[in-house]
Design a protein around this ligand. Structure first.
Ligand SMILES: CC(C)(COP(=O)(O)OP(=O)(O)OC[C@H]1O[C@@H](n2cnc3c(N)ncnc32)[C@H](O)[C@@H]1OP(=O)(O)O)[C@@H](O)C(=O)NCCC(=O)NCCS
Length: 189
């Protein structure tokens, strides 16, 4: 019914249209273009008749220093009549996989309005993000933002067989981290 594929510059007007339809946070075309050129980790959902019905725009988080390579979901939305079909879930999973394959990312973060229950369900329950911070009055209308982070595990990578210098190093680091966690003694009172 729909295909998830990498976004290209030719998709930008359609992505902008979906964004304007769905969200009060809008961007100019240069910002979208900058994302696609510098960070080829954004995805679109496309119908068989080539209509773009959803997008997930991502970049490497470079505003604040992070201890590990961290991706950021700048914007995600799905047209109303195509919601609750698993499109956003597939878009985020594809973006996270691509973040690992291209940049060896170890986490993904994003901001969401405290009142956005559908998005919070998607992030926390479906994907596994957790709230790491609250940014007071983050949005232009004064609403607070929750900052959510998804710390990847070795299971996050969708294509387990893929191999490259970046992915091989990523797998090694994740496995070492998980072995260390297993070996840590559990504290009892
Ligand atoms: C948030 C949004 C992207 C979700 O897209 P979607 O394609 O409908 O999401 P999915 O179909 O992948 O659903 C993922 C999960 O969220 C749940 N969900 C989706 N919409 C929901 C709603 N309105 N109420 C409760 N749960 C909801 C689904 O049931 C599913 O849960 P499950 O995995 O436990 O079965 C979409 O609602 C949207 O575009 N909203 C407007 C833009 C927006 O708010 N973007 C996020 C800004 S931070």
């Amino acid at each position: 019914m729909f295909t998830i594929r990498k976004a290209t510059p030719a998709d930008l007007p359609a992505i902008q249209n979906v964004n304007l339809t769905n969200l009060p946070e809008n961007y100019n075309l240069q910002l979208y273009y900058y994302h696609l050129i510098l960070y080829p980790t954004s995805f679109v959902a496309v119908t068989p008749d080539n209509k773009i019905v959803g997008y997930c725009l991502t970049k490497i988080e470079d505003d604040d220093p992070h201890p590990v390579v961290t991706g950021q979901v700048t914007s995600i939305s799905v047209l109303r009549t195509y919601r609750r079909l698993g499109i956003a879930t597939k878009l985020i999973r594809a973006a996270e996989n691509s973040m690992i394959e291209i940049f060896g990312a170890r986490a993904m973060m994003l901001q969401v309005r405290v009142s956005n229950k559908p998005a919070l369900h998607l992030y926390e329950k479906t994907i596994g993000f957790t709230v790491t911070k609250v940014s007071k009055h983050y949005y232009l209308d004064g609403e607070d933002a929750l900052i959510l982070t998804h710390n990847f595990t070795s299971d996050t990578l969708i294509n387990k067989d893929c191999s490259s210098v970046v992915v091989d190093e990523w797998k090694k680091v994740m496995q070492e981290q998980e072995t260390k966690q297993k070996e840590q003694p559990t504290t009892t009172n």
